[in-house]
Design a protein around this ligand. Structure first.
Ligand code: AKG
Ligand code: FE2
Length: 359
């Protein structure tokens, strides 16, 4: 049944609990966003205060010293860059975008089987916003999240309609991540065959996200300001665009501009440094805050792959970085402790790392 748009509980039940998602809300016909999606002004992305990233995509067809330097420089400044000739087949990128649209167009009851309280598997979760039960204002997005354990479980438990294309994408993304980490950790003195690297990306998770058309995109946010969990994220975004990185002092933009838009480049993948790589590098590499803006003209899909340490991994700045810098900027912690903090709180920008910060 269509919700009463003036009643926050009715909207919440329809979108979150019954699993209709924002997609269902938009399909039921609405001319303005319900109040629970209206962000306070400081959480919105001000288009007037944004510029497009001018850095051309990094060509990985030959990974020589010069390309290595481009990767390191990008990780040290914005923490976001784009890559082409990345080894992930282009036809796969097209299939992923198509599959994402198809998946979210399924009837609500087909997706709702993966709602957290009823999902037949802890490996798959279908939801909307980030943590709807904990947020005051919700994000304008729906998503399906898949954890990877092994191929057999992925093929058994991930949704039938998308499992093959996702598994292929995950596999080629991991090869890409290993290449990039070889460069980034290599630059910090870690050998590319160090077994530590497998521990640091021992867990993988990927998501398909839909940002439905929004009648008031200036008031909403698709996904609020956050930095990513884990080591390195690979992100496929479609032609619509809307991904913005928040500038910080030291990134070279000073106070002149607040947001850098990561433009959509056909065939490219977006790479970003996540929190654990920032810690290991003792703050040298930037796990930047980012957010997604909605649009009133198109629905957008994206497909991020998150690579993360295993739960018991002890995370701390690399000793050689501490020796070089003369101080450790973070204390040691278990990755699982960080994850608990992340999943118990609404998105809160970079504050997720404060617990480990040494002032
Ligand atoms: O959809 C996007 O472009 C970004 C998604 C994102 O930042 C995330 O899922 O962590
Ligand atoms: Fe993110």
């Amino acid at each position: 049944m269509a919700p009463n748009l003036d009643d926050a509980n009715s909207v919440f039940d329809f979108v979150v609990k019954e699993g209709n998602g924002i997609k269902g809300l938009v399909d039921s016909g609405l001319s303005k966003v319900p109040g629970v999606y209206v962000q306070p002004p400081n959480e919105r992305i001000d288009k007037e205060n944004a510029i497009k990233l001018e850095l051309p995509p990094i060509d990985l067809s030959k990974l020589d010293d010069e390309v290595g330097e481009q990767i390191v420089r990008a990780a040290e400044t914005l923490g976001f860059f784009q890559v082409i000739n990345h080894g992930v087949p282009l036809h796969l990128l097209e299939s992923l975008k198509e599959s994402a649209h198809k998946f979210f167009s399924l009837p609500a009851e087909r997706k709702a089987v993966y709602l957290a309280p009823v999902s037949p598997t802890p490996l798959v979760k279908y939801s909307t916003s980030y943590l709807p039960e904990k947020e005051k204002v919700l994000g304008w997005k729906d998503y399906i999240l898949m954890k990877y354990t092994d191929d057999e479980e992925a093929l058994r438990y991930w949704p039938e309609e998308i499992k093959d294309v996702l598994l292929e994408y995950l596999k080629s993304s991991i090869i890409l991540v290993k290449k990039l980490l070889g460069v980034l950790l290599g630059n910090l003195g870690v050998k590319s065959d160090d077994p530590m690297i497998d521990v640091l990306i021992g867990r993988k998770m990927l998501s398909m996200i839909l940002y439905p058309i929004c009648p008031n995109p200036d008031l909403t946010i698709g996904i609020g300001r956050h930095s990513d969990i884990g080591m390195l994220t690979v992100l496929l975004q479609d032609e619509v665009g809307g991904l913005y990185v928040k500038t910080e002092p030291g990134m070279g933009y000073e106070n002149k501009v607040e947001w850098i838009e990561i433009p959509s480049i056909p065939g490219a993948l977006v790479i970003n440094v996540a929190d654990m790589l920032q810690v290991l590098s003792n703050g040298k590499y930037k796990s930047a805050e980012h957010a997604v803006r909605n649009t009133s003209t198109n629905s957008r899909v994206s497909v991020p792959v998150f690579t993360m340490p295993i739960e018991t991994a002890k995370i701390a700045p690399l000793p050689q970085m501490v020796a070089k810098d003369g101080i450790a900027r973070y204390r040691e912690f278990a990755y699982g402790d960080y994850m608990n903090i992340i999943f118990q709180n609404a998105l809160n920008g970079k504050k997720s790392l404060d617990f480990a910060k040494i002032a």
